[in-house]
Design a protein. Structure first.
Length: 263
């Protein structure tokens, strides 16, 4: 007879967040450098290098520099990377190799609280990375303030979405090497075809439809609009997509992790 599965989440999940934050403070320099230097590399390679060939790009009826066009997309990509890789590779290491989850399960914490704390921590790392990128990119005058500050709460929303699907994959992959498959089939296509480096409208019709299914497409559209100070009601549709994406994959992450850890 099957037992009914009930989600049990309380504010105790914050203990998991605090544990991960404590570890993060001890290795902050390693975590600090990638989001600080990565936008510089991308802006130099694409903004200065490719931008010299492309020139200006048409955006919402206006011509903007290529550097200004890709800067918000780079922030969105970094949000995706920060949460997804934290809740795949890093969470898998804590679960499988370090046996951290086993130790937590020996406490009054429920599995749902452990996984929720992990996902919220992944979203928090996205906020940290976004704050660093804001500081760097702002020096180039590529963002509009104070509207660009909305990228911080947007980073948490996007980070939660990508952290949820990252944890979902953590619950189903057999080995850590198996993460190469979702990275190749899920992350890489989004990185290339979500309107990051060129408008998605330039894609063929079928590809545009596929791009709209990517959560990164909606995050890029939100990041770009916020960065240019264009706050319009239609942006709520993109935000709603990310919320619904989280509403689907967050419970799926809880379910797959429960099946994996509780035999």
């Amino acid at each position: 007879m099957k037992t009914r599965y009930e989600v049990t989440i309380s504010r105790r999940f914050f203990k998991i967040w605090r544990r991960n934050f404590t570890v993060y403070k001890k290795i902050w320099l390693i975590s600090f450098l990638p989001p600080l230097l990565e936008p510089l590399f991308y802006l130099f390679a694409f903004g200065a290098g490719l931008g010299a060939l492309v020139g200006a790009v048409m955006y919402k009826g206006s011509m903007v520099s290529y550097g200004a066009y890709i800067a918000p997309a780079l922030i969105a990509v970094n949000i995706m990377y920060s949460a997804f890789f934290e809740n795949t590779f890093a969470s898998f290491v804590r679960m499988f190799y370090q046996k951290t989850f086993d130790g937590m399960l020996a406490t009054p914490l429920s599995l749902d609280e452990i996984i929720t704390g992990e996902i919220v921590w992944g979203a928090t790392k996205s906020v940290f990375a976004t704050a660093l990128m804001l500081a760097v990119i702002s020096a180039f005058g590529l963002l509009t303030f104070p509207h660009a500050l909305l990228l911080l709460p947007l980073a948490f929303v996007g980070g939660f979405a990508f952290g949820s699907i990252g944890m979902f994959f953590t619950g189903i992959v057999p080995t850590i090497e198996s993460f190469n498959l979702p990275v190749f089939l899920f992350i890489t296509p989004m990185f290339l075809f979500s309107g990051t480096f060129f408008p998605a409208d330039n894609l063929p019709g079928w590809a545009r439809g596929a791009a709209l299914a990517f959560p990164l497409t909606h995050l890029v559209n939100l990041s770009r609009a916020v960065s240019f100070g264009e706050l319009q009601g239609r942006l709520l549709l993109h935000l709603l997509y990310l919320v619904l994406f989280s509403a689907v994959f967050f419970p799926l992450a809880l379910l797959t992790m429960r099946k994996r850890l509780i035999r």
